[in-house]
Design a protein around this ligand. Structure first.
Ligand SMILES: *Cc1c(COP(=O)(O)O)cnc(C)c1O
Length: 356
């Protein structure tokens, strides 16, 4: 039986996407070939790649100032690739430390230029989003992790600056509309909210490029992949195809505006239960709560094992919290149905009846 999968990633995808993705492995659109054996230069796959790039633009309302790429190497490669392509040795970029992933981004960026740490929530175990800091106007960009998958925090307003923002949106891409004019670069590993592991979506504003003096290896230069529309070398065709299936599904659902309303309602039902239930409490500051990764703990930590057992009995998987936070984390990405959240809430209610 299909489980209610609350895993942070690789994560749930829409049921129809799993079906269509499986069919394409057997026979891609009646071509008599599996998508796994088709040339990335064939007309069918070229058309698929074009549609995938264009659909990103459609969903996010991106103008032709932006280029869309599907690359390999995970979001983790973007930690260094962003800095390598955008940050000059004698200039600085601003970074905000909101936990695991931004720390890794900071570590890599330091290799390429000056780093100005604008804010950090490290001293409170990343339970809030730093705000109210000044952003020097001469920074080349300001990097944020817009949704913090591990801690369960999310930016609900961008830093107040005219400097272009570089955002790691891995765990929230397509969950809400964006103000594209604020961004110089956006990247997102596919396996949280978009597709299987194996490709990373990169959106870059063209005028951000060509400003650094260093030599960039061909494969690590965004310009290479722009010129060849993500097919300089063999791209991860199948992961990109599954992302496209998810994006088509998103369009059918009404796009990112409809998704934002749904995600807000879904998250509210779960946070309402956490706040109302005397045995549980949320981990992060209310105003910075993530609508994607809901982190919570039991007041009585000795009962953690029992709660996980109760979840497993209800066919729920993936709710154990990250080791750095403890407790529980329910990841409720775009594809998570309301019905699965209701099952989790029922388990919490029953648990409190039994142990409360
Ligand atoms: C999962 C995650 C990453 C790492 O992604 P990889 O594709 O495994 O490199 C980076 N940033 C955020 C916000 C994530 O959630």
């Amino acid at each position: 039986m299909k489980k209610h999968n609350f895993s942070a990633g690789p994560a749930i995808l829409p049921a129809s996407v799993f079906e269509e993705a499986a069919e394409a492995v057997r026979d891609y659109n009646g071509a008599g070939l599996s998508i796994l054996e088709m040339s990335h230069r064939s007309p069918e796959v070229s058309a698929m790649l074009d549609e995938a790039h264009q659909t990103v633009k459609d969903l996010l309302g991106l103008s032709d100032d932006f280029e869309v790429l599907f690359l390999s190497g995970g979001a983790s490669s973007q930690f260094f690739m962003a800095a390598m392509n955008l940050l000059d040795e004698d200039r600085s970029a601003g970074y905000i430390d909101t936990g695991t992933w931004s720390k890794k981004a900071i570590k890599e960026a330091k290799r390429f230029g000056g780093l100005n740490l604008l804010g950090s929530s490290a001293e409170e175990n990343y339970t809030f989003i730093p705000k109210g800091f000044d952003v020097p106007a001469d920074l080349q960009y300001v990097h944020i992790t817009s949704n913090n998958t591990v801690a369960g925090t999310q930016y609900h307003a961008l830093p107040d600056t005219a400097v272009p923002i570089v955002a790691d949106m891995s765990s929230e891409i397509f969950s809400r509309p964006i103000d594209a004019s604020r961004y110089g670069l956006i990247y997102a590993g596919a396996q949280k909210n978009m597709g299987p592991a194996g490709t990373t979506l990169v959106i870059v504003r063209k005028d951000m490029l060509g400003k650094v003096k260093r030599e960039i290896p061909t494969m690590l230069d965004y310009q290479t992949h722009i010129t060849k529309q993500s097919a300089f070398n063999t791209p991860p065709v199948y992961p990109i195809y599954v992302c496209l299936l998810t994006m088509r599904w998103l369009k059918e659902q009404g796009g990112v505006n409809a998704m934002a309303a749904r995600n807000a309602a879904k998250a509210k039902t779960l946070y309402d239960e956490i706040d109302a239930n005397s045995m549980f409490k949320g981990v992060v500051r209310t105003e910075d709560r993530s609508l994607m990764n809901v982190t919570f703990v039991l007041e009585n930590k000795d009962l953690e094992g029992d709660f996980l057992t109760a979840c497993a009995a209800a066919n729920i998987s993936g709710v154990k919290g990250h080791r750095s936070v403890g407790g529980f984390r329910a990841s409720i990405y775009n594809a998570m149905p309301v019905a699965s959240i209701d099952v989790l809430i029922e388990v919490m209610k029953d648990f409190t009846k039994k142990y409360g």
